[in-house]
Design a binder for this molecule. Structure first.
Ligand SMILES: C[S@@+](CC[C@H](N)C(=O)[O-])C[C@H]1O[C@@H](n2cnc3c(N)ncnc32)[C@H](O)[C@@H]1O
Length: 273
């Protein structure tokens, strides 16, 4: 991709997340208020009950932890509460401003910078942990961003990343079920409705300019320079919505589909010593 194209795309990505900072859909409260942040966190950890186990918010006490694409700082506040010394960066200026306000309201210690994950403004090897959840698939050069995470991580440090899973129920099966439902209800099926790239892009909103998904093998390959790689697949669950939506989501969990063909790949790896 040409530099100008990538720069223009990034500014559209930043505008998109400025308009709807991550998780803000789950609160009806005015942005920046205590209730706003509380509701977003409550929704998040109900929909993603596996987060505490996967992220291990308490295991980094005293360590320097960078969150790349911190959004509103929802997870970062959990790491800070667990005793980590935290810094969050995000491309979206509004998300960074709200994350600062979030930490001020809850009296949490942390620093925030508006920054691009493809060019992190930090020296080599200066963090013990780099965490990035649902971010690196929204930047034009995901590999460059992973390279930056590696660079700023100290040898032996831990990298945790969530990337969307292409070989998932959400991408490969669900669009066809939804298209069939529409057809049965005599509703039009929009163009690109079952197109995998479109399904992934739309996941965060119809106006989302950029979202990609990967197969497990691609994630393994992109993280090839790290050691001790562990991959987990998971699927957030429906918390609000109809009885049918909740039952469907329960069925994906109960049947094990979510663990095998869930939409999220969560990887943890170590920079070799
Ligand atoms: C789905 S949200 C995730 C936010 C947060 N990690 C969370 O889970 O709540 C994606 C975030 O990635 C950020 N982002 C997208 N491209 C980025 C880039 N090139 N550099 C830094 N952040 C970026 C967006 O601004 C947005 O806040």
């Amino acid at each position: 991709m040409q530099v100008t194209g990538a720069t223009e795309l990034k500014s559209r990505v930043a505008e998109f997340w400025d308009r709807r900072p991550c998780g803000s859909f789950s609160s009806g409260e005015p942005p920046g208020t205590r209730r706003f942040f509380e509701q977003i966190a409550r929704y998040r950890y109900r929909a993603q009950p596996f987060m505490r186990e996967l992220a291990g918010f308490e295991r980094f006490a005293g360590q320097r932890l960078l969150e790349v694409g911190c959004g509103l700082g929802t997870d970062l506040r959990q790491f800070a509460a667990g005793g980590a010394r935290v810094i969050g960066v995000d491309l979206s200026r509004r998300s960074v401003a709200l994350a600062r306000e979030h930490f001020r309201i809850f009296d949490s210690a942390g620093h925030f910078l508006q920054s691009d994950c493809e060019h992190l403004p930090f020296a080599d090897a200066c963090f013990d942990v780099v965490y990035s959840f649902g971010v690196l698939h929204h930047t034009p050069d995901t590999r460059a961003a992973i390279g930056e995470c590696y660079r700023v991580l100290r040898p032996g440090g831990i990298f945790m990343v969530m990337l969307y899973h292409r070989r998932s129920w959400h991408v490969m099966v669900e669009p066809y079920l939804l298209a069939a439902k529409r057809a049965l209800q005599a509703q039009p099926v929009p163009r690109g409705f079952t197109d995998a790239a479109e399904v992934v892009r739309r996941y965060d909103g119809v106006a989302n300019p950029l979202g990609r998904a990967y197969a497990l093998g691609e994630v393994r390959q992109m993280l090839g320079q790290f050691g001790d790689l562990r991959l987990r697949v998971c699927q957030p669950r429906a918390v609000n919505g109809s009885w049918l939506a909740k039952s469907y989501s329960g069925l994906l969990r109960w049947s094990g589909i979510g663990r095998r063909w869930g939409f999220w790949i969560v990887a943890e790896a170590r920079r070799p010593r």
